[in-house]
Design a protein around this ligand. Structure first.
Ligand SMILES: [Mg+2]
Length: 370
């Protein structure tokens, strides 16, 4: 266990919806990819004290739309198609097509894998309780974890995501990293043989339980809304809520949060998330786990983080700021991101993991023959 500074935020606002327009920079090209050619997705939403409640709600709804594209258009216009191709090829190339460059960059370094769950290892489905991963994906994750320290980093409750993944040899960082537990069986690369357990927001547990009950009541009038208690945070899923009801849902959540200034709202893909106002997120969890593995100030590590969500941007940003490792965004749509690479969907994540394992097996075989 390490000494992490968990500082209570002095932010008074319960709202933390900021879409930052940050240009990506390749880790492997000295010039880096070009800026997004058509920054029409670029948007910065600030919600402050002068904003009216209605303005806040509208900002939330716009943000919900941006973070939750509902489908791929069957007929893209030429400009949309060009924008997508440009986004992939110039700004966030496919991690599959750049595989050789990625593994070359890992030479002499320990790869550490960080994997989001929903939308990364499993598809986004209507019922979040049924977001199962396939057996093929489970095998790919299991094999990756045999060669590299691997962590699941999710907004979900740790126990819940474990019930989906069902693999003992992994680190699990639930509730956006506020609930971290190490592998339940010993690992050769684990420096500290004591079980790792880290819960920086434990004092918020009663408050989270309380606001969860309030949200269940307040969202009863919104068909399709589903409130999920993720232990250290609460998720309000709107996967099954008609878009015309999003404003009503946002208003209900906003009014509930009025009584809890120590909680804040963030957004993910088709989900509103309420969490404590501590400065802790998936990026902090990534740093904590690297430190726990003995790589706090090491150049001998290549962290790889794969995620599809706005909350994963905190981890992508940490990697960018460290100038170390690579972020891979899972998305079929052009998005503003701090990730360097992209994969389109969980099936491509599975292919990337399999290739990584295959490459490691071949490399290991060569090393044994020398
Ligand atoms: Mg996700």
């Amino acid at each position: 266990m390490t000494n992490q500074n968990v500082v209570a935020s002095d932010e008074k606002s319960a709202v933390d919806i900021r879409i930052r327009f940050l240009l990506p920079k390749s880790l492997f090209s000295p010039d880096g990819p070009k800026p997004l050619p058509a920054p029409r997705l670029a948007k910065k939403i600030e919600t402050g004290g002068v904003a009216t409640a209605a303005a806040k709600t509208n900002a939330w709804v716009n943000s919900m739309r941006d973070s939750s594209p509902t489908r791929v258009k069957s007929t893209c216009s030429l400009s949309e198609s060009e924008e997508k191709n440009s986004w992939i090829q110039m700004n966030h190339p496919s991690a599959l097509s750049m595989f050789e460059q990625i593994v070359n960059a890992s030479k002499g370094k320990q790869i550490v894998m960080f994997l989001d769950y929903d939308g990364t290892l499993s598809p986004i489905v209507e019922d979040p309780d049924r977001a199962f991963m396939t057996n093929e994906m489970r095998e790919a994750v299991r094999d990756v974890a045999r060669y590299f320290p691997t962590a699941i980093v999710t907004g979900r409750c740790r126990d819940k995501v474990y019930s989906f993944v069902k693999l003992a040899g992994l680190y699990y960082a639930g509730s956006h990293g506020m609930d971290i537990k190490g592998p339940s069986k010993s690992r050769k690369y684990k420096k500290d043989q004591q079980a790792l357990l880290f819960q920086p927001a434990s004092k918020f547990l009663p408050m989270i339980d309380e606001v969860c009950k309030v949200l269940v009541e307040k969202t009863k009038s919104i068909p399709g809304a589903k409130v999920e208690n993720n232990k250290f945070c609460v998720s309000v899923h709107f996967r099954c809520v008609e878009e015309k009801m999003w404003a009503a849902l946002a208003e209900q959540v906003r009014s509930a949060l009025n009584d809890y200034p120590q909680l804040r709202l963030t957004q993910g893909r088709k989900v509103l998330e309420i969490r404590p106002t501590i400065k802790w997120d998936k990026g902090k969890a990534l740093e904590f786990l690297l430190e726990s593995l003995g790589y706090a100030n090491s150049n001998d590590v290549l962290p790889v983080y794969i995620g599809d969500d706005r909350t994963d941007e905190d981890a992508f940003k940490v990697l960018r700021n460290r100038g170390q490792g690579l972020g891979i965004l899972v998305s079929k749509f052009p998005k503003e991101t701090n990730a360097s690479y992209s994969l389109q969907e969980p099936a491509e994540v599975k292919d990337f993991l399999r290739r990584l394992v295959e490459w490691k097996r071949i490399s290991f075989g060569r090393a044994c023959r020398v």
